[in-house]
Design a protein around this ligand. Structure first.
Ligand code: MIG
Length: 748
């Protein structure tokens, strides 16, 4: 459709391409980040993921070489051919990614008549059917290529051979491997080749389609019927570099408040003040450390956002103050749907100012969600975001410390909203089809910015729906999983792939949200939760309770053991968080991110790492008491027995019900807190150090864990070195009160 390449013009780092039938553009953002663009909708389409100019000055050479136009940076060589075929090589001329020139070979074509007939019997079809999209890339796959990322998708870690869609979806059915979409849309993936890797970010927030080699062994396809052809190509020496580049473009998770890394107790729903107090007291009396209790929709007055129920709470401010005095930080849910009701202040304000989405004719668009008939704030507009952000003063005044955004796909009780509902993209009139995938993103952004201005602390926002770049504003959870062993297995994949997609702070509902958990499932789940960034037990209304004490003594004891382990490891988690905030490299990593040359870890679905020194091999099967663990090259220590194990192979680990196989890589000094009930209780009294290896070095970060003082230098950075049994501490930066005591506990 582009035709022959007739001419080109170089403007700085931009190469304008004039094809017979269409113009296109290749822009060099840095040595290793290349933007490929062709307008279908217009140049004015706003990227919701990339919010600042990201161009870095670098060396670019452009020359005609035979049939191709060749663009060179110090790291990549790009060939542009007739038809706007674009191929990428590294600086040494090694192939990274080539556009596919052949005919597509659909896996299976079913005549419409037969399809209709089979559908009557309940068959469904979701095989790659060779459909072409208006905007499309078909790129070659080579033998052995593995694909990671694409946000929160079901199935396995390596996305090659599977097909997905980006369309934020709230589906209450058990999330199964063939689901094409869940709540989050992150159109970014990394291809790991035998000896190289690259990343692609298809920055198009319309519904997009990804067939990652299901249709054919020879190519993958991504495309859309809307927006522009606009993607970024990332070159890098390894996958960590690709993630660093992707997050340099779309933004990184800011440093969170320390307590958000603690344990959170939730359920839908604790209905009354008495119930919440009962939960708080039981957490403390059962000696389960905990930093947060979450308030699901029942706290509101008739599900009206920014209200508190006066019947079920005698005095909500007092109740929250009492919880706060016990060390809990209340987190409250906020849905986007605003009850359509005259006299309700949020509705009145929004309606007067025209802040709600309309139908194509300009009438307020109404759909049903929890409060009944509801309207939807148009978060794509700055004015609306500012208004919504300020509304959070109500929650802060109540004593709330974090906000949990749900239903922001947006979901309704009648399925997805019609495509033509009018939503704005800043000042440009757009529609639901175009803005759907960024609705949750913009809501989270409004919430983050509002809290940041009003509260001065580092905002804690949890979102269910997101798009690329949402990591700047919110953490996430994987939505409505179920109490199923398959969903515990899925949890590991979800945590890893969200991290690989630049969205690192994520958790699953421990115990499972839907269905009823068993004590064994809950026990194995807390062993995964203990190492998940967001560590929250949550459960659906009408389902069996799953607080840690509702089963027997043994379940409670094991649960407590893992929550306590998490609290002891908090300084390590916080260090890993800081690395994530600075580099984008995720806290939770599949082993392949650390050991990408090792073929054995490319399809490893049941182990993961926290940072680069802790390896977790959780039991994910009912009844299993041994686990086959793969340890990559190097020397490892069994965390529980301190036995040394040589990596580079498989070993069978004991995994009794109260044990989760856990390994520490030689060379780390693990920083640990003493036991505590909640973070602010005694976080700076003492720091213990466990050195794994005779000669070790470790850099540790400490600050007040709460506000933005660290940006002005209010933090400490320690360099610990253990040599010949002696601890040497030097301060790389000093700007905060030091620990009362630092104690070298043990050297292994
Ligand atoms: O339609 O607020 O995923 O965590 O407990 C259910 C009630 C709405 C869905 C969320 C879940 C939450 C629930 N919400």
């Amino acid at each position: 459709m582009f035709g022959k390449l007739l001419d080109y013009k170089v403007k700085g780092q931009e190469v304008q391409l004039y094809f017979e039938h269409k113009e296109a553009k290749i822009e060099v953002l840095s040595n290793k980040i290349i933007r490929v663009f062709a307008a279908y909708q217009g140049e004015g389409v706003n990227s919701c993921a990339i919010e600042e100019e990201k161009k870095e000055a670098c060396h670019v050479e452009v020359a005609r070489e035979g049939e191709a136009l060749v663009i060179r940076t110090d790291a990549v060589m790009i060939q542009v051919w007739d038809g706007f075929f674009v191929d990428f090589y590294d600086a040494r001329g090694r192939l990274l990614s080539k556009q596919y020139r052949g005919e597509r070979t659909p896996l299976c074509v079913i005549p419409d008549s037969l399809r209709a007939f089979m559908e009557q019997e309940g068959h469904t079809f979701d095989i790659g059917d060779g459909r072409d999209y208006k905007i499309q890339q078909v790129r070659e796959l080579e033998d052995g290529d593995c694909i990671y990322g694409l946000g929160d998708k079901t199935g396995v870690l390596n996305k090659r051979y599977y097909e997905y869609e980006m369309w934020n979806t709230d589906n209450p059915d058990p999330h199964e491997d063939h689901f094409k979409a869940l709540y989050k849309s992150i159109p970014f993936f990394i291809t790991l080749k035998k000896n190289a890797c690259y990343g692609i970010f298809f920055d198009n927030h319309n519904k997009t389609y990804f067939d990652m080699g299901k249709e054919s062994e020879d190519y993958y396809v991504f495309g859309s019927e809307g927006g522009n052809l606009e993607f970024y190509f990332f070159a890098g020496d390894n996958m960590k570099e690709i993630i660093a580049e992707y997050t340099s473009l779309t933004g990184r998770m800011p440093l969170p408040q320390l307590w958000t890394l603690g344990y959170h107790q939730s359920r839908w729903g604790y209905e009354t003040e008495e119930e919440i107090r009962y939960i708080a007291e039981n957490l403390r009396s059962h000696d389960i450390p905990c930093d947060s209790i979450h308030f699901d929709i029942d706290y509101m007055d008739g599900y009206r956002v920014f209200t508190w129920n006066k019947e079920t709470y005698k005095d909500s401010k007092q109740a929250l103050a009492d919880l706060t005095a016990m060390g809990f930080k209340p987190v409250a849910i906020i849905d986007p749907g605003v009850k359509k009701e005259d006299g309700y202040y949020v509705y009145d304000e929004g309606r007067e100012n025209g802040y709600f989405a309309t139908d194509a004719e300009g009438n307020e668009y109404v759909n049903t969600v929890w409060p009944g008939e509801s309207v939807f704030p148009d978060f794509g507009r700055k004015e609306v975001r500012d208004w919504w952000g300020k509304k959070h003063q109500f929650l802060l005044d109540q004593g709330v410390r974090g906000v949990w955004n749900d239903m922001n796909e947006p979901a309704s009780f009648n399925g997805p909203l019609p495509d033509d509902v009018v939503f704005y993209d800043e000042d440009r009139r757009a529609d639901h089809a175009e803005m759907h995938n960024v609705y949750g993103h913009n809501m989270a952004k409004a919430t983050y910015e509002g809290l940041k201005e009003l509260d001065k602390r580092r905002p804690f926002v949890i979102t269910r729906a997101c798009y690329s770049g949402s990591q700047k504003y919110a953490v996430g959870w994987t939505g409505d999983n179920q109490s199923l062993w398959t969903h515990l297995r899925l949890a590991v994949v979800q945590l890893c792939n969200c991290g690989m997609s630049g969205f690192p702070f994520i958790g699953t509902d421990i115990g499972g949200f839907g269905s009823d958990t068993t004590k064994e499932l809950l026990t194995r789940w807390v062993q995964v939760g203990c190492f998940s960034p967001l560590f929250r037990n949550h459960c659906a209304k009408g389902r069996a309770s799953q607080e840690p004490w509702v089963f027997d003594e043994e379940t409670l004891r094991i649960y407590r053991k893992f929550v306590k382990l998490r609290y002891r490891l908090l300084p390590y988690f916080y260090d890993v968080c800081r690395e994530t905030a600075l580099t984008g490299i995720p806290m939770i990593r599949p082993l392949v991110l650390e050991y990408e040359k090792d073929e054995n870890v490319r399809n490893l679905n049941d182990e993961f790492m926290v940072g680069d020194h802790l390896l977790v091999a959780p039991v994910l099967e009912q009844g299993q008491r041994k686990k086959l663990v793969y340890l990559p090259e190097g020397v490892w220590y069994d965390y529980w027995t301190k036995e040394q194990i040589m990596g580079g192979g498989y070993h069978i680990a004991d995994a009794p019900l109260d044990g989760c196989p856990l390994y520490v890589k030689q060379g780390v000094i693990l920083p640990m807190y003493q036991e505590m009930d909640y973070v602010s209780e005694k976080k700076d009294e003492v720091l213990f150090l466990e050195a794994y290896g005779a000669n070790t070095r470790y850099v540790h970060y400490q600050d007040n864990g709460e506000d933005f003082g660290f940006e002005a230098g209010e933090y400490n950075e320690y360099e610990f070195q253990v040599e010949d049994g002696q601890l040497k501490t030097s301060m790389l930066h000093e700007g905060y009160t030091r620990y009362g005591r630092i104690e070298l506990k043990k050297i292994y």
